[in-house]
Design a protein around this ligand. Structure first.
Ligand code: GLV
Length: 289
């Protein structure tokens, strides 16, 4: 099994992959490979790879890969579903929801302003949270929040969204970015949220129409936003989100794939392919995830 590595795969990844796949025959760029393991590869990285039987992504989101017109057609693509990554994502969702519910971001603002003032305390079961996306990470985040006592609803495409938004005061986005979900969080979406509710975007920047979010924040329709992902990354200097008092930012760091556990996932999937079994988490190219 000749394996080509492409994209953001550093020495740590290589070490973990080599340990998990002692039988691997590693290909050099230009060699005809049987399998490609990729992490956000540059456009054209797999062009001309005619023998490929499987493309295994180390990233959960594969929208960049699918947008590459030189991607060999018809080759099955598997996306990453890493239990350690799902656990980390659930932790980040819990942090954001807890801080929003208990007003901890507001207290941080009051500290900077020198204001000593407590607000009323509410119970978790008084707070409705809707999680957009019911994949590995959406379900892990929802379960963690429910365990913490929040009233959690999960939304997936095809279900009516407006009643869930109206009944929730925190929206957590963990959708995949596809043609159907790009720009979903726009002025109409924010208007359908309960007035004064909060957004936690842990999906992709492309889900959000940033100008519409800024307008909704400035109007108070959206009270606060916790944003991990942006239309352009790194977020350009001078972008309004950098200094917005009601925006908490993370530098696309909500949950990294863990090379130790993810390499085991890769090894299991590559061996399944080699042995003629169906690899896990295959992408539907038409659907986009
Ligand atoms: C990170 O954003 C990923 O898609 O794995």
């Amino acid at each position: 099994m000749k394996i080509l590595l492409a994209g953001e795969i550093d020495a740590g990844w290589r070490r973990n992959l080599a340990a998990a796949l002692p039988e691997a025959d590693w290909a050099y760029r230009g060699d005809a490979a049987d399998v490609a393991v990729v992490a956000n590869p540059a456009r054209g990285a797999l062009a001309g790879q005619r023998r490929l039987g499987l493309i295994q992504s180390l990233w959960a989101g594969v929208e960049g890969l699918l947008a590459d017109p030189t991607l060999p057609p018809g080759v099955p693509i598997a996306r990453m579903a890493d239990p350690a990554m799902s656990a980390a994502m659930a932790e980040t969702a819990l942090w954001a929801v807890l801080a929003l519910h208990r007003g901890f971001f507001a207290y941080a603002r009051r500290q900077r302003e020198g204001v000593w003032q407590a607000h009323a305390q509410r119970r978790a079961d008084e707070v409705g949270v809707v999680v957009l996306g019911q994949g590995e990470m959406g379900r892990a985040a929802g379960a963690r929040l429910a365990q913490q006592g929040y009233r959690v609803a999960g939304w997936r495409r095809g279900v009516e969204l407006a009643p869930l938004l109206a009944a929730s005061e925190i929206v957590v986005n963990l959708l995949p970015l596809t043609e159907a979900t790009r720009g979903l969080l726009d002025a109409r979406f924010f208007a359908a949220m309960a007035p004064g509710s909060a957004l936690v975007n842990l999906g992709r920047g492309g889900h959000v129409v940033e100008a519409d979010l800024l307008a909704a924040l400035d109007a108070g329709q959206v009270r606060e936003a916790v944003l991990d992902v942006f239309a352009q990354e790194p977020l350009p200097a001078g972008h309004a989100f950098w200094r917005h008092p009601r925006v908490q930012m993370l530098p696309h760091a909500a949950a990294a794939t863990d090379p130790r556990s993810a390499s085991q996932v890769v090894a299991a999937n590559l061996r399944a392919w080699r042995d003629g079994r169906e690899p896990a988490y295959l992408v539907d190219r038409g659907r986009g995830y």
